[in-house]
Design a protein around this ligand. Structure first.
Ligand code: NAD
Length: 256
């Protein structure tokens, strides 16, 4: 049995990465491309997205950018259709885009923030999965990884909408994994802890990041590549018996 991901693991396959222009999504794009995948970066960032695709092309990969707000069901369907149009077949998808919303007490959360977080962070994964699963069923199978969060495994004060959305992502992951385990599609989730990414930097001061590192048993924030490596492994032929898992990559946060 193959237990490591070979250098040409994804040769001839296309991988769709939502939120692929930054952070964990970009780290995953780099790693999938390095193992032979064609990459479709589906992202709202119309500056970094094309630049990231050009970067992959400069390294010899097939890659393209598609403007996509995952809160828009038609855009999610469009991203899958664009992957098929450009690259022929969707082998894997990393549904990574998410929106954290406001940090505030539960009773002070606004309806607008709730609606936006649910639309992007939860419904976005649903819309992408629907289109991805249909494409994979039509072409003989594939693998999907959803980027959830440790906030989808346990409660997190001040981010109720986000925590609810990420719990929902795990529910979508497990339910779809059951429905398609016998039909050639493996579906799993990753639950990052406190990560050193632009999203975290946008929401925190250096003091807060030091406090988050101190609250992490490993004593530091996680690096995007540490999540991306698992995303690649979960989509690879090394993981053929892994269905419906949701795996923390969190320096030990939820073990406590
Ligand atoms: N940063 C953390 O500590 C942390 C922890 C656990 C889970 N997560 C989750 O991991 C995922 C990636 O986070 P990151 O920290 O790498 O973020 P990031 O901000 O570095 O990158 C997010 C990317 O998603 C894109 N994006 C944002 N809204 C989008 C939308 N509606 N449609 C399509 N693309 C959109 C952005 O343009 C950006 O390129 C998110 O789902 C986030 O909730 C993050």
């Amino acid at each position: 049995m193959n237990t490591r991901v070979s250098d040409d693991e994804f040769a001839g396959q296309a991988v769709l990465v939502t939120g692929g222009a930054s952070g964990m999504g970009w780290a995953a794009c780099e790693r999938f491309a390095a193992r032979g995948a064609a990459i479709l970066i589906a992202d709202t960032d119309t500056v970094s997205g094309p630049a990231r695709a050009a970067d992959l092309q400069a390294r010899g990969a097939r890659a393209a950018y598609f403007e996509c707000d995952v809160g828009d069901p038609a855009a999610c369907e469009g991203a899958v259709a664009e992957t098929l149009r450009r690259f022929g077949r969707l082998g894997a998808a990393f549904n990574n885009a998410g929106f954290p919303g406001d940090m505030r007490a539960f009773h002070e959360q606004s309806r607008d923030s709730w609606d936006r977080v649910i639309a992007i962070t939860l419904s976005g994964v649903f819309h992408c999965m629907r289109a991805e699963i249909a494409a994979m069923l039509a072409s003989g199978g594939g693998a999907i990884v959803n980027n959830a969060s440790v906030a989808g495994m346990v409660g997190f004060p001040t981010i109720a909408p986000y925590s609810a959305a990420k719990h929902g992502v795990i529910g979508l992951t497990q339910t779809a994994a059951l429905e398609y385990a016998g039909r050639g599609i493996r579906i799993n989730a990753i639950c990052p802890g406190y990560m050193d990414t632009p999203m975290t930097h946008a929401a925190t001061t250096p003091d807060v990041r030091r406090a988050l590192a101190a609250a992490t048993p490993a004593g530091r924030l996680g690096q995007p590549g540490e999540v991306a490596e698992l995303a690649v492994w979960l989509c690879s032929s090394a993981a053929t018996f892994v269905h419906g898992a949701f795996i923390p990559v969190d320096g030990g946060v939820v073990a406590g």
